[in-house]
Design a protein around this ligand. Structure first.
Ligand code: XMP
Length: 326
Protein backbone atom coordinates (compact mmCIF):
# COMPACT_ATOMS: atom_id res chain seq x y z
CA UNK A 1 0.00 0.00 0.00
CA UNK A 2 0.86 3.65 -0.31
CA UNK A 3 3.77 4.87 1.75
CA UNK A 4 5.39 8.27 1.41
CA UNK A 5 8.85 6.92 2.23
CA UNK A 6 8.67 4.47 -0.67
CA UNK A 7 7.42 7.09 -3.08
CA UNK A 8 10.26 9.40 -2.10
CA UNK A 9 12.89 6.70 -2.60
CA UNK A 10 11.38 5.73 -5.94
CA UNK A 11 11.15 9.30 -7.21
CA UNK A 12 14.65 10.18 -6.05
CA UNK A 13 16.03 7.23 -8.04
CA UNK A 14 14.03 8.22 -11.13
CA UNK A 15 15.10 11.85 -10.92
CA UNK A 16 18.76 10.87 -10.58
CA UNK A 17 18.44 8.68 -13.60
CA UNK A 18 16.77 11.40 -15.67
CA UNK A 19 19.04 14.27 -14.69
CA UNK A 20 22.40 12.57 -14.26
CA UNK A 21 24.97 15.27 -13.75
CA UNK A 22 22.87 17.92 -15.53
CA UNK A 23 21.67 21.19 -14.06
CA UNK A 24 18.08 21.93 -13.35
CA UNK A 25 15.90 24.92 -12.44
CA UNK A 26 12.54 25.19 -10.72
CA UNK A 27 10.12 28.04 -10.20
CA UNK A 28 8.71 28.21 -6.68
CA UNK A 29 5.29 29.79 -6.29
CA UNK A 30 5.04 29.55 -2.53
CA UNK A 31 2.44 26.80 -2.96
CA UNK A 32 2.62 23.15 -1.99
CA UNK A 33 3.24 21.53 -5.37
CA UNK A 34 6.31 23.40 -6.53
CA UNK A 35 7.75 23.29 -3.00
CA UNK A 36 7.48 19.51 -2.77
CA UNK A 37 8.64 18.94 -6.35
CA UNK A 38 11.73 21.06 -5.77
CA UNK A 39 12.46 19.37 -2.44
CA UNK A 40 12.36 15.95 -4.11
CA UNK A 41 14.67 17.07 -6.87
CA UNK A 42 17.01 18.63 -4.35
CA UNK A 43 17.10 15.40 -2.39
CA UNK A 44 18.01 13.62 -5.62
CA UNK A 45 20.60 15.95 -7.13
CA UNK A 46 21.44 18.55 -4.47
CA UNK A 47 22.97 21.75 -5.76
CA UNK A 48 22.53 20.82 -9.40
CA UNK A 49 19.13 22.45 -8.72
CA UNK A 50 18.51 26.20 -8.50
CA UNK A 51 15.07 27.57 -7.62
CA UNK A 52 13.60 30.86 -8.81
CA UNK A 53 10.99 32.70 -6.77
CA UNK A 54 9.31 35.74 -8.26
CA UNK A 55 8.02 38.20 -5.67
CA UNK A 56 5.34 39.98 -7.66
CA UNK A 57 4.19 42.00 -4.68
CA UNK A 58 0.80 40.28 -4.72
CA UNK A 59 1.75 37.75 -2.07
CA UNK A 60 0.21 37.47 1.35
CA UNK A 61 1.93 38.56 4.52
CA UNK A 62 5.12 36.62 5.30
CA UNK A 63 4.92 34.38 2.22
CA UNK A 64 8.21 35.55 0.81
CA UNK A 65 9.94 35.01 4.14
CA UNK A 66 8.40 31.56 4.45
CA UNK A 67 10.00 30.60 1.16
CA UNK A 68 13.30 32.44 1.60
CA UNK A 69 13.84 31.46 5.21
CA UNK A 70 11.78 28.49 6.36
CA UNK A 71 11.76 26.56 3.12
CA UNK A 72 15.40 27.18 2.37
CA UNK A 73 16.38 26.28 5.94
CA UNK A 74 14.49 23.00 5.82
CA UNK A 75 15.65 21.90 2.37
CA UNK A 76 18.96 23.63 1.74
CA UNK A 77 17.95 24.54 -1.82
CA UNK A 78 19.77 27.30 -3.62
CA UNK A 79 17.23 30.07 -4.19
CA UNK A 80 17.22 33.14 -6.39
CA UNK A 81 14.50 35.66 -5.51
CA UNK A 82 13.41 38.14 -8.16
CA UNK A 83 12.05 41.28 -6.57
CA UNK A 84 9.58 42.34 -9.26
CA UNK A 85 7.19 44.30 -7.06
CA UNK A 86 7.73 47.64 -8.77
CA UNK A 87 7.50 46.12 -12.21
CA UNK A 88 4.13 44.50 -11.48
CA UNK A 89 2.70 47.59 -9.83
CA UNK A 90 3.53 49.81 -12.75
CA UNK A 91 2.22 47.25 -15.25
CA UNK A 92 -1.05 47.10 -13.30
CA UNK A 93 -1.46 50.85 -12.87
CA UNK A 94 -4.86 52.07 -14.01
CA UNK A 95 -6.20 48.55 -14.66
CA UNK A 96 -9.45 47.42 -13.02
CA UNK A 97 -10.72 44.71 -15.35
CA UNK A 98 -10.12 41.25 -13.84
CA UNK A 99 -9.17 39.43 -17.04
CA UNK A 100 -6.88 42.29 -18.00
CA UNK A 101 -5.20 42.00 -14.62
CA UNK A 102 -4.71 38.26 -15.10
CA UNK A 103 -3.16 38.80 -18.52
CA UNK A 104 -0.79 41.43 -17.28
CA UNK A 105 0.23 39.44 -14.23
CA UNK A 106 0.80 36.33 -16.37
CA UNK A 107 2.86 38.26 -18.88
CA UNK A 108 5.00 40.02 -16.26
CA UNK A 109 5.50 36.74 -14.44
CA UNK A 110 6.94 35.12 -17.54
CA UNK A 111 9.16 38.14 -18.14
CA UNK A 112 10.59 38.10 -14.64
CA UNK A 113 11.05 34.38 -14.63
CA UNK A 114 12.78 34.40 -17.99
CA UNK A 115 15.14 37.16 -16.98
CA UNK A 116 16.25 35.20 -13.94
CA UNK A 117 16.41 32.00 -15.94
CA UNK A 118 18.58 33.58 -18.65
CA UNK A 119 21.05 34.81 -16.07
CA UNK A 120 21.29 31.34 -14.56
CA UNK A 121 21.60 29.69 -17.97
CA UNK A 122 24.46 32.01 -18.89
CA UNK A 123 26.19 31.42 -15.59
CA UNK A 124 25.87 27.65 -15.93
CA UNK A 125 27.03 27.65 -19.55
CA UNK A 126 30.12 29.65 -18.59
CA UNK A 127 30.66 26.96 -16.02
CA UNK A 128 30.63 24.21 -18.64
CA UNK A 129 27.50 22.39 -17.41
CA UNK A 130 24.40 23.87 -19.07
CA UNK A 131 20.92 23.86 -17.54
CA UNK A 132 18.90 21.30 -19.41
CA UNK A 133 15.98 20.54 -17.09
CA UNK A 134 13.00 22.33 -15.62
CA UNK A 135 11.02 21.02 -12.65
CA UNK A 136 7.24 21.33 -12.67
CA UNK A 137 4.88 20.44 -9.85
CA UNK A 138 2.33 18.84 -12.15
CA UNK A 139 -0.10 16.60 -10.25
CA UNK A 140 -2.06 13.64 -11.51
CA UNK A 141 -5.33 15.62 -11.80
CA UNK A 142 -3.49 18.23 -13.94
CA UNK A 143 -2.25 15.46 -16.22
CA UNK A 144 -5.75 14.10 -16.64
CA UNK A 145 -7.21 17.56 -17.16
CA UNK A 146 -4.75 18.37 -19.92
CA UNK A 147 -5.23 15.09 -21.78
CA UNK A 148 -2.24 13.23 -20.41
CA UNK A 149 0.32 14.47 -22.92
CA UNK A 150 3.95 14.81 -21.92
CA UNK A 151 6.62 17.26 -22.81
CA UNK A 152 4.70 20.51 -22.88
CA UNK A 153 5.61 23.09 -20.34
CA UNK A 154 2.28 24.80 -20.15
CA UNK A 155 -0.12 22.60 -18.26
CA UNK A 156 -3.01 24.71 -17.05
CA UNK A 157 -3.57 27.59 -19.36
CA UNK A 158 -6.82 28.73 -17.79
CA UNK A 159 -5.66 29.54 -14.33
CA UNK A 160 -2.06 29.13 -13.65
CA UNK A 161 0.13 32.16 -13.60
CA UNK A 162 2.91 29.66 -13.07
CA UNK A 163 2.29 28.81 -16.74
CA UNK A 164 5.59 29.19 -18.45
CA UNK A 165 6.46 30.15 -22.02
CA UNK A 166 5.99 27.47 -24.62
CA UNK A 167 9.32 27.89 -26.34
CA UNK A 168 11.19 26.43 -23.43
CA UNK A 169 14.35 24.65 -24.32
CA UNK A 170 14.20 22.47 -21.23
CA UNK A 171 13.28 18.89 -20.65
CA UNK A 172 10.63 18.64 -17.94
CA UNK A 173 11.10 16.88 -14.63
CA UNK A 174 7.71 16.12 -13.09
CA UNK A 175 8.09 14.01 -9.95
CA UNK A 176 4.47 14.52 -8.81
CA UNK A 177 2.80 13.38 -12.01
CA UNK A 178 1.23 10.27 -10.49
CA UNK A 179 0.17 11.87 -7.22
CA UNK A 180 -2.87 13.51 -5.68
CA UNK A 181 -2.73 16.59 -3.50
CA UNK A 182 -3.01 14.81 -0.16
CA UNK A 183 -0.21 12.45 -1.20
CA UNK A 184 1.94 15.44 -2.13
CA UNK A 185 1.29 16.92 1.31
CA UNK A 186 2.26 13.63 2.98
CA UNK A 187 5.51 13.58 1.03
CA UNK A 188 6.21 17.21 1.92
CA UNK A 189 5.75 16.43 5.61
CA UNK A 190 7.96 13.37 5.34
CA UNK A 191 10.63 15.57 3.72
CA UNK A 192 10.38 17.94 6.69
CA UNK A 193 9.01 20.96 4.85
CA UNK A 194 7.46 23.78 6.91
CA UNK A 195 3.79 23.20 7.78
CA UNK A 196 2.91 26.75 6.63
CA UNK A 197 3.81 25.65 3.13
CA UNK A 198 2.75 22.00 3.16
CA UNK A 199 -0.63 22.77 4.71
CA UNK A 200 -1.31 25.81 2.59
CA UNK A 201 -4.79 26.22 1.17
CA UNK A 202 -5.24 27.02 -2.52
CA UNK A 203 -4.19 30.53 -3.44
CA UNK A 204 -4.55 31.92 -6.95
CA UNK A 205 -1.44 32.63 -9.01
CA UNK A 206 -2.45 36.29 -9.55
CA UNK A 207 -2.61 36.53 -5.78
CA UNK A 208 -3.99 39.58 -4.07
CA UNK A 209 -4.15 41.27 -7.47
CA UNK A 210 -7.54 39.68 -8.10
CA UNK A 211 -8.76 40.29 -4.55
CA UNK A 212 -8.78 44.05 -4.85
CA UNK A 213 -11.92 44.98 -6.72
CA UNK A 214 -10.63 48.00 -8.60
CA UNK A 215 -7.13 49.16 -9.43
CA UNK A 216 -4.23 47.49 -7.64
CA UNK A 217 -2.05 49.98 -5.75
CA UNK A 218 0.67 49.58 -3.14
CA UNK A 219 -1.54 51.21 -0.55
CA UNK A 220 -4.48 48.93 -1.20
CA UNK A 221 -2.24 45.86 -1.18
CA UNK A 222 -0.99 46.81 2.23
CA UNK A 223 -4.54 47.16 3.57
CA UNK A 224 -5.64 43.86 2.10
CA UNK A 225 -2.52 42.05 3.26
CA UNK A 226 -3.16 43.15 6.84
CA UNK A 227 -6.84 42.17 6.75
CA UNK A 228 -6.03 38.80 5.17
CA UNK A 229 -3.38 38.04 7.78
CA UNK A 230 -5.87 38.70 10.59
CA UNK A 231 -8.56 36.50 9.04
CA UNK A 232 -6.11 33.66 8.45
CA UNK A 233 -4.65 33.86 11.94
CA UNK A 234 -8.07 33.79 13.60
CA UNK A 235 -9.34 30.92 11.45
CA UNK A 236 -6.23 28.90 12.23
CA UNK A 237 -6.43 29.73 15.94
CA UNK A 238 -10.05 28.55 15.96
CA UNK A 239 -8.95 25.22 14.44
CA UNK A 240 -11.04 25.76 11.33
CA UNK A 241 -8.44 25.28 8.59
CA UNK A 242 -9.51 21.75 7.77
CA UNK A 243 -13.16 22.76 7.42
CA UNK A 244 -12.39 25.52 4.97
CA UNK A 245 -11.20 24.92 1.44
CA UNK A 246 -9.98 28.49 1.27
CA UNK A 247 -11.10 31.90 2.46
CA UNK A 248 -10.51 34.73 0.05
CA UNK A 249 -10.43 38.12 1.76
CA UNK A 250 -11.44 40.81 -0.67
CA UNK A 251 -11.03 44.59 -0.58
CA UNK A 252 -13.80 46.59 -2.22
CA UNK A 253 -11.45 49.39 -3.05
CA UNK A 254 -13.91 51.52 -4.99
CA UNK A 255 -16.72 51.27 -2.45
CA UNK A 256 -16.91 53.45 0.63
CA UNK A 257 -19.43 53.40 3.39
CA UNK A 258 -20.05 55.62 6.37
CA UNK A 259 -18.97 54.50 9.79
CA UNK A 260 -18.27 55.94 13.19
CA UNK A 261 -15.17 55.44 15.25
CA UNK A 262 -14.22 57.29 18.41
CA UNK A 263 -15.68 60.77 18.06
CA UNK A 264 -15.61 60.81 14.33
CA UNK A 265 -17.39 59.79 11.23
CA UNK A 266 -15.37 57.56 8.93
CA UNK A 267 -15.72 56.92 5.26
CA UNK A 268 -13.86 53.69 4.67
CA UNK A 269 -13.76 50.54 2.56
CA UNK A 270 -15.51 47.22 3.17
CA UNK A 271 -13.62 43.95 3.48
CA UNK A 272 -15.41 40.82 2.30
CA UNK A 273 -14.82 37.41 3.90
CA UNK A 274 -15.43 34.55 1.51
CA UNK A 275 -14.95 31.26 3.42
CA UNK A 276 -15.87 28.27 1.27
CA UNK A 277 -16.10 24.53 1.68
CA UNK A 278 -15.39 22.45 -1.40
CA UNK A 279 -13.97 19.19 -2.69
CA UNK A 280 -12.38 20.42 -5.88
CA UNK A 281 -13.22 24.14 -6.33
CA UNK A 282 -15.63 23.31 -9.16
CA UNK A 283 -18.55 23.76 -6.81
CA UNK A 284 -18.50 25.21 -3.34
CA UNK A 285 -20.70 26.20 -0.47
CA UNK A 286 -20.12 29.05 1.94
CA UNK A 287 -18.76 27.77 5.23
CA UNK A 288 -21.00 28.25 8.25
CA UNK A 289 -18.37 29.77 10.50
CA UNK A 290 -19.12 30.20 14.20
CA UNK A 291 -20.41 33.69 14.99
CA UNK A 292 -17.80 34.29 17.66
CA UNK A 293 -15.00 33.65 15.18
CA UNK A 294 -16.61 36.01 12.68
CA UNK A 295 -16.99 38.60 15.43
CA UNK A 296 -13.32 38.37 16.37
CA UNK A 297 -12.18 38.72 12.78
CA UNK A 298 -14.48 41.66 12.22
CA UNK A 299 -13.44 43.46 15.40
CA UNK A 300 -9.79 42.99 14.75
CA UNK A 301 -9.93 44.06 11.11
CA UNK A 302 -11.93 47.22 11.80
CA UNK A 303 -9.73 48.10 14.77
CA UNK A 304 -6.35 47.23 13.35
CA UNK A 305 -6.53 47.91 9.63
CA UNK A 306 -6.62 51.50 8.49
CA UNK A 307 -9.27 52.67 6.06
CA UNK A 308 -11.49 49.64 6.69
CA UNK A 309 -14.67 50.36 8.65
CA UNK A 310 -16.88 47.43 7.71
CA UNK A 311 -16.55 43.65 7.33
CA UNK A 312 -19.13 41.68 5.36
CA UNK A 313 -19.67 37.96 4.87
CA UNK A 314 -20.26 36.42 1.46
CA UNK A 315 -23.05 33.82 1.77
CA UNK A 316 -23.19 32.74 -1.88
CA UNK A 317 -22.59 29.19 -3.06
CA UNK A 318 -20.73 28.32 -6.29
CA UNK A 319 -22.58 28.35 -8.60
CA UNK A 320 -23.80 31.00 -8.99
CA UNK A 321 -20.90 32.86 -7.37
CA UNK A 322 -17.30 31.93 -8.15
CA UNK A 323 -14.96 31.47 -5.22
CA UNK A 324 -12.92 34.54 -6.08
CA UNK A 325 -14.59 37.89 -6.65
CA UNK A 326 -12.66 38.49 -9.86
P1 XMP B 1 -13.19 30.45 -9.00
O1 XMP B 1 -13.08 31.87 -8.54
O2 XMP B 1 -13.12 30.31 -10.49
O3 XMP B 1 -11.91 29.71 -8.44
O4 XMP B 1 -14.37 29.76 -8.39
C1 XMP B 1 -11.71 28.33 -8.47
C2 XMP B 1 -10.34 28.04 -7.87
O5 XMP B 1 -9.31 28.55 -8.72
C3 XMP B 1 -8.57 29.55 -8.07
N1 XMP B 1 -8.32 30.62 -9.03
C4 XMP B 1 -7.16 30.79 -9.67
N2 XMP B 1 -5.98 30.14 -9.57
N3 XMP B 1 -5.06 31.59 -11.18
C5 XMP B 1 -4.93 30.56 -10.32
O6 XMP B 1 -3.85 29.98 -10.24
C6 XMP B 1 -6.21 32.31 -11.33
O7 XMP B 1 -6.29 33.25 -12.12
C7 XMP B 1 -7.31 31.88 -10.53
N4 XMP B 1 -8.60 32.32 -10.41
C8 XMP B 1 -9.18 31.52 -9.49
C9 XMP B 1 -9.41 29.99 -6.88
O8 XMP B 1 -8.63 30.52 -5.83
C10 XMP B 1 -10.12 28.71 -6.52
O9 XMP B 1 -9.29 27.87 -5.74
Amino acid sequence: DWNSGNVIAEQVARIQEQIGTGRVICGLSGGVDSAVAAALVHKAVGDQLVCIFVDHGLLRKDEREQVEQDYVASTGVRLVTVDAREQFLSALAGVSDPEQKRKIIGREFIRSFEAAEKALVAEAAADGEPIRFLVQGTLYPDVVESGGGTGTANIKSHHNVGGLPEDLQFELVEPLRTLFKDEVRAIGRELGLPEVIVGRQPFPGPGLGIRIVGEVTADRLEILRDADAIARAELTAAGLDSEIWQCPVVLLAEVRSVGVQGDGRTYGHPIVLRPVSSEDAMTADWTRLPYDVLARISNRITNEVRDVNRVVLDVTSKPPGTIEWE
